[in-house]
Ligand binder design. Structure first.
Ligand SMILES: NC(=O)c1ccc[n+]([C@@H]2O[C@H](COP(=O)([O-])OP(=O)(O)OC[C@H]3O[C@@H](n4cnc5c(N)ncnc54)[C@H](OP(=O)(O)O)[C@@H]3O)[C@@H](O)[C@H]2O)c1
Length: 344
């Protein structure tokens, strides 16, 4: 029998604005292998995924699922290693690395039905949280199924240097599109231009109004926008909608600019829906989870792209279990480039 001291971050208070340490409490419990049931394993957490959806679920609103319950371990994707295993489990062994959804705790008991086995000789383990994980799913299927990009079309991506955005921009380039990325610093736009080889970039923080961003976009893409992959919403989205072409496709992946104080008491807008009418454009939301069963298809195509360096990716890795709430807060201040991860 093994017993582990287990620290857990408990989500304890709904934020009214930006989420931070005040909305969590740290609890220490113990976990014993005597608790293991059939088809269960004990996992030791190594990499935690930090995602903007966590803030959506912290709102009291019903969204695609119920609000995150208070006084429970913060949910989230984790890469961990199997420490102990119930004798009934045949497909896994002690020492295997897996992707789980066991949340912010150092150890967890998990059902094997919810685990994805990872092969660290193939690609680094952290890729299961980013470039070959949930952000990739919504990027790959959202752009291709809903956007249906054709060579020569112009694609604009907001939140372009983030976990999802850096993948969307590169797939759009692979599909032969003219790609413009919008991000919040010169360092990020440099990455987009020099490493990801985008055709145009906009640091939105250099422009104070929707009109100015619109004019900059018009300068970079006088031919107009065929696909807009939106990760941020707000005035950036207003500026892009003002530039759409006939039969444009607008993909709503996220609206991070609205999460901290706009979900329960939203600002009015967008005001440019009349352009959708003139341009006979489409707008559609996309959810990563709707494509869960198509993950093998994604991995088959994208794993070689990652192995061959055809797809670049950045990760921002913060060290220390104790820093999880602080790290989540970083997403809302643009302090990450690429996938944000906490390592223990
Ligand atoms: N639909 C789905 O299934 C699904 C799945 C994954 C993610 N998402 C959504 O996709 C979006 C990106 O997620 P991600 O995981 O890739 O996160 P991310 O882009 O890696 O990180 C968040 C980034 O958002 C930008 N940002 C924060 N506040 C902003 C604001 N007020 N205005 C403009 N930009 C702001 C910041 O970059 P800058 O420095 O550029 O401002 C920040 O670095 C989020 O909206 C998320 O909710 C949706």
């Amino acid at each position: 029998m093994n017993t582990y001291t287990n620290r857990q971050w408990i989500y304890s208070k709904r934020p009214e604005n930006v989420v931070d340490e005040r909305h969590y409490s740290l609890q220490t419990t113990s976990l014993s292998t005597t608790e293991l049931k059939e088809n269960q394993v004990v996992l030791k957490s190594k990499y935690f995924s930090l995602d903007p959806y966590m803030r959506i679920q912290q709102s009291a609103l019903e969204t695609w699922e119920r609000p995150h319950p208070l006084d429970t371990v913060q949910g989230g994707a984790v890469v961990g290693q199997i420490q102990d295993i119930h004798p009934s489990c045949r497909e896994f062994e002690v020492g295997d690395w897996v992707l789980s959804y066991t949340g912010w705790q150092e150890y967890a008991i998990a059902d094997v039905s919810g685990l994805r086995k990872l092969n660290r000789d193939e690609v680094p383990l952290t890729t299961a949280l980013g470039i070959l994980g949930m952000p990739a799913r919504v990027a790959y299927f959202g752009l291709q199924d809903v956007g249906q990009p054709k060579p020569g079309e112009t694609v604009v991506v907001s939140g372009a240097s983030g976990a999802v955005g850096q993948i969307v921009t590169q797939i759009a380039k692979i599909k032969g599109c003219h790609v413009i990325g919008i991000a919040g610093s010169d360092e990020k736009t440099k990455y987009l231009k020099e490493t990801l080889q985008l055709d145009g970039v906009i640091n939105y923080k250099k422009f104070t109004t929707q009109k100015e961003i619109h004019l900059e976009l018009k300068r970079l893409a006088p031919q107009g926008v065929d696909i807009y992959y939106d990760n941020v919403g707000g005035y950036i989205t207003d500026a892009v909608i003002d530039s759409i072409n006939t039969y444009a496709r607008i993909i709503i992946c996220g609206q991070i600019s609205q999460y901290s104080d706009g979900l329960d008491t939203p600002n009015l807008g967008p005001r440019f829906l009349h352009k959708m009418l003139y341009k006979r454009a489409k707008i559609q939301g996309v959810l990563a989870r709707d494509y869960n069963n198509r993950m093998p298809e994604l991995l088959e195509e994208m794993t070689p792209w990652v192995q061959q360096g055809l797809l670049h990716y950045k990760e921002t890795i913060v060290n220390g279990f104790e820093n999880l709430p602080k790290a989540l807060n970083m997403l809302f201040y643009g302090k990450n480039t690429g996938k944000l991860i906490v390592e223990v």
